[in-house]
Write a protein that binds this ligand. Structure first.
Ligand code: 5AD
Ligand code: SF4
Length: 517
């Protein structure tokens, strides 16, 4: 109820069953799979890789459970609620298995990784348990499971990026697509299970990323979102990749990364310094490595008609080089998701976030200095271990300062095995967590409303994504700042994928309403 729908973890898409736009002759397929996805965009993107692997094995997709020979659930472990939802769903599948004993049921993703073989013991109906780095082994595991053996592969990899697999776009609007550029996370935020379920950071080779984005553009797509747990730490060492003894796919990051509570301010704005005193370093392509800023530039150059977004960033890694690259290209959307988590220095330290509130605020200032009008959103956690009322007030104050256009807000959910679980007591009573979360939600609603009101009268370039949810007489699109805008279809020549100038006339808290100018 308190988890607000958003692009990173879109509540409206949770449990979505996929149907691909199938162009291939259905007759060559002899079995059908059904896949449901939960959690972040990365999981939805992974399901498209899984679909591609299964298509090659002669499986076609169905969105009807009763037609399926194989049911897969791509799961999320980030909060307890996400796991409970999946467990409930698995008990529903149990009934189908009783009716059709040849049916195979598989659990994929973070929950598979976290619970490993425990899953097979606890949820007796599950035939397959496959972690996020082991999808290539699915065909072999299915053969084993057909023979009555339980199939499990939860090995994490330091190299797997699925770079060579062309995802099968599922439930696509044909205009916007996710492109995975790196996997895993080396940050050890104390509340977070992701480093344990998705393993170490590794970056996908830039050539395969550019090819995937170019192919999408040529197929009519007009927006790509570059995806990763921490996209700003994208780092690809081409020299190492071409050395004969080094595997070609996915490189383990070798750049120094922040750990513990060390603060680095190599790109923190200094007082009195203007954005233009600090131009972006020239892309250092000669040195054989590609940073996230360089990758952004390469994708931006595919076509000015292709919009680029990225998700998600860690505030410590979003450098001036990234900000200047964003400012340089019109087609790189002016929107940054900058997770805050807490506005209290004491809590940030316990969370192992490696920045202070002052550092975070100076990052917000820097974004606004280099890109006035850039949209900013945040993730916020209420009620982390030992959080006092004063800590909570500090979070509200940073929110007020940052004027987020929107936020993704959660109350703390202790996850087994995390640093916080091992070190601290989950000591904030649930009603206090929920009350604080409600105060955060209320403030965000006010900020979103204010942000939308400031857009009244302004004209934005909008990429049309399709019909509005409420009426096929209206288009729905997004501004560069990622705001949804709805407007009447007054010009007949427009289609999804067209860019159009729209003036904002009205707004609600969540949506802008406008007209074509
Ligand atoms: N409890 C609550 N929220 C969490 N998040 C990650 N782990 C937890 C947890 N244990 C939130 C963070 C993160 C977002 C993806 O999910 O805000 O940025
Ligand atoms: Fe989790 Fe922190 Fe990594 Fe985000 S940056 S995935 S919150 S450990």
């Amino acid at each position: 109820m308190f988890e607000i729908a958003h692009k990173v973890h879109d509540e409206s898409r949770q449990g979505e069953a996929f149907t691909p736009a199938m162009t291939t002759d259905d007759k060559q397929f002899n079995r059908r799979f059904y896949i449901e996805s939960y959690g972040c965009s990365m999981n939805f993107s992974d399901s498209e890789i899984v679909a591609s692997i299964l298509f090659n094995e002669g499986f076609s997709a169905t969105r009807h459970l009763h037609e399926a020979d194989l049911i897969l659930v791509n799961t999320c472990s980030i909060r307890e609620k996400a796991e409970q939802t999946v467990r409930k769903r698995l008990t529903e599948f149990r009934k189908l298995k009783h009716q059709k004993p040849s049916l195979l049921i598989g659990v994929l993703g973070c929950m598979a990784e976290r619970l490993k073989s425990k899953f097979l013991e606890e949820e007796k109906l599950v035939d397959l348990v496959v972690g996020p780095d082991a999808y290539r082994s699915l065909p072999g595991l299915i053969v084993d499971a057909d023979d009555g053996q339980k199939g499990i592969n939860v090995l994490l990899s330091r190299e797997e990026t699925y770079a060579d697999i062309s995802p099968v776009r599922l439930n696509s609007n044909g205009i916007t697509a996710f492109v995975s550029i790196m996997r895993g996370c080396n940050n050890m935020c104390s509340f977070c299970v992701v480093p344990f379920t998705r393993g170490r950071e590794r970056s996908r080779d830039p050539e395969s990323i550019i090819k995937e984005c170019s192919d999408l553009f040529n197929a009519g797509y007009r927006e790509v979102t570059l995806l990763g747990q921490n996209v700003d730490s994208y780092y690809y060492n081409q020299a190492a990749a071409t050395a004969p003894s080094v595997p070609q796919r996915g490189k383990v990051h070798t750049q120094p990364s922040l750990s513990g509570n060390t603060l680095m301010d190599n790109d923190t704005p200094k007082s009195g310094e203007s954005a233009l005193d600090n131009p972006p370093p020239e892309a250092d392509r000669g040195a054989g490595f590609i940073t996230f800023a360089m990758l952004l530039e390469m994708v931006a150059q595919i076509s000015p008609q292709l919009r680029i977004r990225f998700s998600t960033s860690h505030p410590k890694d979003i450098t001036d080089e990234v900000l200047f690259t964003m400012a340089k290209y019109n087609n790189i959307c002016k929107y940054i998701h900058l997770p805050l988590q807490s506005g209290s220095n004491r809590i940030l330290q316990l969370m192992n976030r490696s920045y202070t509130r002052e550092w975070y605020i100076s990052k917000v200032d820097r974004i606004r200095e280099i890109m006035p009008g850039c949209g900013i959103s945040a993730d916020i956690i209420a009620g982390f271990c030992t959080e006092t009322e004063e800590d909570h007030q500090e979070t509200l104050r940073v929110m007020e300062y940052s004027k987020y256009d929107m936020s993704y807000m959660f109350f703390y959910s202790e996850r087994p095995g995390t640093l916080a679980h091992r070190r601290y007591k989950d000591d904030i009573p649930e009603e206090i967590k929920k009350r604080r979360l409600q105060e955060i939600v209320d403030l965000q609603n006010k900020l979103s409303q204010q942000s939308n009101k400031e857009d009244l009268g302004k004209i934005f370039t909008v990429l049309i994504e399709g019909d509005s949810k409420k009426s096929n007489k209206d288009w729905m699109g997004r501004t560069s700042q990622n705001k949804v805008i709805v407007f009447p279809k007054s010009i007949h020549s427009l289609v999804p994928g067209s860019y159009v100038e729209v003036r904002v006339n009205h707004c609600t808290q969540a949506t802008l309403l406008g007209e074509i100018v």
